[in-house]
Design a protein around this ligand. Structure first.
Ligand code: FAD
Length: 444
């Protein structure tokens, strides 16, 4: 078959790799590089050469089993990463780093802040009660019985119902969650409570010990892109944004900005939900309803070497540094310290900051990029469950990290599912069902 794969993130590239074993695959990519959120930027600074990951950066040994199998297949090595987290609140002056006692009290005055102890007490209570909830002990934990704890209950409602303190919500849970999903704080509180508690549990965020080991691709994530695309590299069309996909009974016609139509036997839409919907000139009501319910939001992203975006107190510096700006209702402001995450060494740390472009010294900016992240509302989770209503119909297949929790393992799983739909022999023994990823269960 002649198959078009539209979008070259992890989801599209792994789909193309699997399909290329038996079919003629053509990959369309709007950008001038393959990889999507896998975007390693190379640059010279401080008299040295660097390769810094600006999108996908880290994975762990617990919740990325298929991604790890993929790296093994490609013979790509990884190195340990440091996964620490800090909060800097420009409203109250509070700063802390979450991985040790000395980090928590990096600002010595935290020792004297009753609100800080209230936050810590609520962290322990949230962790304990979440674990009890997951074990089915909602009532004994003094919480509402299980029927309330479903996808209908938003995180903000759950926290209010159980009287968690403002300090815990504003200085711990929202920073953590908004950073993980790069979501605006108010939107994060609308994520379903069950989704968050399950995710925190799977990623060891409900315990003080037993966290997964985090890793990063040695030399930058673009190294796996190069290895993954080797068998079909000449069939990747960069700078080729698809503008229309029209399905016919016997073919799919694809138009791109400067060309087409070209006919294919099938199409794999590996862009985001909204982008994929936008390409379908003849979207069905189900496609409109399902893809339309899974939203994305934009995040301005800057690669730079301006350390003023990190906590003011150096002892509080971490790998992920969340900032609460003075003004209310802003997008997430987050700085990744790549020296800690990827092991770079430089006089000033190499950083990636989301949504604080104006605060970064212009002469310290290395690259400006725009990324989009999925937003998980109740409607989005309900739409994920309807995946099969649209996938594999009309010669059209859908993949993307948005069908799961929005991370690399989800992208890999979605690509494996595409391969299975086409009857491709899997390159490794697929790990499935580790996570409650309702929208996309791998079919044997
Ligand atoms: C700053 C940042 C940090 C992150 N860090 C991590 C991390 O450390 N670990 C982790 O697991 N996940 C991380 N993520 C999440 C990341 O989004 C997912 O892991 C995954 O990379 C998404 O892959 P995807 O294939 O679904 O989408 P993408 O990688 O976004 O790929 C979609 C592709 O479709 C292309 N496209 C769109 N429209 C068209 C069109 N009309 N025609 C042709 N092509 C089109 C796009 O250009 C893009 O290349 C991070 C994301 C960001 C932005």
């Amino acid at each position: 078959m002649k198959i078009a794969v539209i979008g070259s993130g992890i989801s599209g590239l792994l789909s193309a790799r699997l399909l290329a074993a038996e079919h003629e695959v053509h990959v369309f990519e709007a950008n001038d590089y393959a990889g999507g959120h896998t975007n390693t930027v190379e640059f010279e600074a401080f008299g040295q050469h660097y390769a810094a990951d600006t999108g996908f950066m880290v994975f762990n040994d617990r919740t990325y089993p298929n991604f790890i199998e993929m790296l093994r297949m490609l013979d790509i090595s990884a190195r340990w990463s440091d996964m620490s987290f800090s909060v800097r609140c420009d409203r109250t002056g509070l700063e802390y780093q979450g991985s040790s006692l000395s980090g928590l009290f990096a600002q010595r005055r935290n020792l004297l802040r009753p609100s800080f102890y209230r936050m810590l007490r609520d962290v322990l209570r949230f962790n304990r009660r979440s674990v009890e909830l997951l074990r089915g002990g909602a009532v004994s934990a003094g919480l509402s019985p299980a029927p309330d704890y479903d996808d209908e209950l938003e995180l903000g409602q759950y926290l209010e119902r159980n009287q968690y303190s403002r300090q815990f919500i504003e200085h711990y849970l929202v920073p953590m969650g908004a950073a993980i999903w790069s979501a605006p704080p108010d939107r994060f509180l609308q994520f379903p409570a069950r989704f968050i508690i399950n995710f925190f549990n799977n990623h060891g965020l409900l315990t003080v010990r037993g966290h997964p080991q985090w890793k990063t691709v040695e030399g930058g994530a673009a190294r796996y892109v190069e290895a993954l695309t080797r068998p079909y590299a000449e069939r990747i069309r960069l700078n080729c944004p698809v503008v229309a996909v029209r399905r016919h009974p016997d073919r799919v016609a694809v138009n791109w900005e400067h060309g087409g139509p070209e006919d294919f036997d099938a199409v794999v839409l590996a862009a985001h939900s909204d982008q994929s919907l936008g390409m379908l000139s003849d979207a069905s009501p189900a496609e409109r309803a399902i893809l339309g319910a899974i939203g994305y939001q934009r995040n301005e992203t800057v690669l730079h070497v301006d350390s003023s975006l990190l906590p003011r107190c150096r002892r509080a510096w971490a790998s992920w540094n969340y900032c609460i700006p003075p003004q209310q209702a802003c997008p997430v402001v987050l700085t990744y310290n790549l020296n800690r995450l990827q092991g770079h060494s430089s006089p000033d740390p190499i950083c990636v900051t989301l949504n604080a472009t104006l605060a970064i010294a212009p002469d310290k900016i290395l690259r400006q990029i725009e990324y989009h992240h999925p937003v998980y509302s109740r409607e989005a989770l309900a739409a994920q469950k309807r995946f099969e209503e649209i996938n594999g119909r009309n010669r059209t297949y859908f993949c993307g990290a948005y069908w799961g929790h929005g991370f690399h393992e989800d992208g890999v799983n979605s690509a494996l599912a595409v391969g299975k739909c086409f009857g491709i022999t899997m390159p490794w023994s697929v790990h499935g069902g580790r996570e409650p990823c309702d929208g996309l269960r791998l079919k044997a």
